[in-house]
Design a protein around this ligand. Structure first.
Ligand SMILES: NC(=O)c1ccc[n+]([C@@H]2O[C@H](COP(=O)([O-])OP(=O)(O)OC[C@H]3O[C@@H](n4cnc5c(N)ncnc54)[C@H](OP(=O)(O)O)[C@@H]3O)[C@@H](O)[C@H]2O)c1
Length: 258
């Protein structure tokens, strides 16, 4: 029996990953803050297969979260074949208008927690185990008016690649998942639903995005892009001057503040 650990499974991409992995025969250990959503997810998993989902109510911003998680893992003697570092959120708006607490929390969840979870889980990974680091198209460019979010995802993509090279000697992999806009609660949380950039790039169905990710995992792709058309976009981004790309993103995102 294979086992997966999934952060941020109470909605969106994490929830869809959990259901798809249970279908594929994995036992899933999931966590997030919203217990009612996790309870509901567990019930849906149980309908697919009994005892296929365990959940923990954890806040990635809390200092002791990692210790609580590790204690449970040790107690249950769990080991993992897949860790999906998915919990994350964004914020759209002028950097100067952001609350300092939002900046702190975003870096805490999107960067610090993801990094520490990877570090702490190494001893609990089975041979051939995979970390899937959920990044974004945003991880390949600077994003004025969604500034901190883009910066955190640049970190995730860079971190994932470096881990993948280092982990070769451990028999582990670290793959980055690069979704574009996907229909989830992300837009509401980031207040980005009506954002021109979200309309310019067509939002993908969450189960489709996860299907692409699982195919990418099978192929052990270092960067798993969730829509083929986005490969073209990323190719352009790679060859255009970074400042041009940032100005284009700024123009697309600034319209929402006008
Ligand atoms: N949707 C998109 O367009 C898109 C595009 C590119 C990348 N992504 C990335 O995909 C990942 C999942 O996002 P999504 O689209 O599925 O959005 P979502 O539906 O808002 O899901 C975000 C998940 O993260 C969890 N989370 C947030 N803060 C947390 C905290 N402090 N502690 C524990 N869990 C926390 C949420 O759970 P609780 O609120 O219950 O804690 C929720 O389960 C994120 O990393 C996001 O950056 C999304």
């Amino acid at each position: 029996m294979k086992r997966a650990l999934i952060s941020g499974a109470s909605s969106g991409i994490g929830e869809a990953f959990t259901l798809a992995l249970v279908q594929e025969g994995y036992d899933c250990v999931v966590f997030a803050r919203r217990e009612s959503n996790l309870q509901d997810l567990k019930q849906r998993c149980e309908k697919i297969r009994e005892n296929s989902c365990s959940y923990l109510v954890l806040d990635a911003r809390e200092e002791n979260t990692m210790d609580i998680l590790e204690n449970v893992i040790q107690d249950k003697q769990w080991t993992f074949d897949l860790v999906i570092n998915n919990a994350g959120f964004g914020y759209i708006g002028d950097f100067k208008d952001m609350k300092e607490s939002t900046i702190h929390d975003m870096i805490e969840v999107n960067v610090n927690f993801l990094t520490r979870l990877t570090y702490r889980m190494i001893p609990y990974m089975n041979q051939g185990g995979i970390f899937l680091q959920v990044s974004s198209l945003a991880g390949s460019m600077s994003g004025p008016y969604m500034n901190v979010y883009y910066a955190t995802k640049n970190y995730v993509s860079a971190f994932s690649l470096a881990c993948d090279i280092e982990f070769k000697s451990l028999g582990l992999r670290s793959l980055a998942f690069i979704p574009g806009p996907v229909h989830t609660e992300f837009g509401q949380v980031a207040k980005a639903g009506s954002l021109p950039i979200f309309k310019t790039i067509k939002s993908q169905d969450v189960t489709q995005a996860v299907k692409f990710a699982l195919k990418g995992i099978q192929k052990r792709q270092r960067f798993i892009v969730s829509q083929p058309i986005h490969r073209v976009l990323l190719w352009c981004v790679k060859w255009l001057p970074q400042s041009w790309v940032a100005h284009i993103v700024a123009n697309l995102q600034k319209k929402r503040t006008q």
